[in-house]
Ligand binder design. Sequence first.
Ligand code: GDP
Ligand code: MG
Length: 170
Amino acid sequence: RSGFVAVVGRPNVGKSTLVNRLVGQKISIISSRPQTTRSPIRGVRNGPGYQAVFVDTPGSQKPRDTLRARMQERVLDSLSESDVVLFMLDASQAKGGVGRGDRFVADLVARSRTPAIAAINKVDLLPRRDDALPIVDEVRGLADWEDVFLISATAGTNIEPLMDAVVRLL
Ligand code: GDP
Ligand code: MG
């Protein structure tokens, strides 16, 4: 099994952190500043019987200027060239409901008709486990996901099951 995995989501949701963790190398710049990643960066993870090439995309958002519009086109390119899409959002930001920006990206994913997995990241920032339940419910309604996971890219929570699900789709 081998293929491309596009990692998409709004700026700052933890895409680069997750890709670095999976690839085991600091290939992407991690920053709390949005748009640190301006163009897709690839990283390869080899495992038993598989090779997954991760494409860490620039933060997706509704284009408001030419730079962002160009970045958006690259995100769409990454989606259409990939075998699996990994959509990420920030659980700590979605507590009062999934934001418009996240829904915009989820819609792009749905329209790409590429098999997709949703990863609700930063669950370590939720005070109570139950806080995640309404977010999971809402995310499930956004697209036809193959799987939905609650993860923490920094703490390493649920990364293995997520990776297993990705490999099954390669
Ligand atoms: P990107 O813009 O989506 O690539 O986001 P980054 O990977 O650059 O991460 C943005 C910020 O969120 C950084 O300060 C990360 O350390 C932080 N971050 C990423 N994942 C997690 C997580 O699971 N939990 C917490 N608490 N912070 C995270
Ligand atoms: Mg990044």
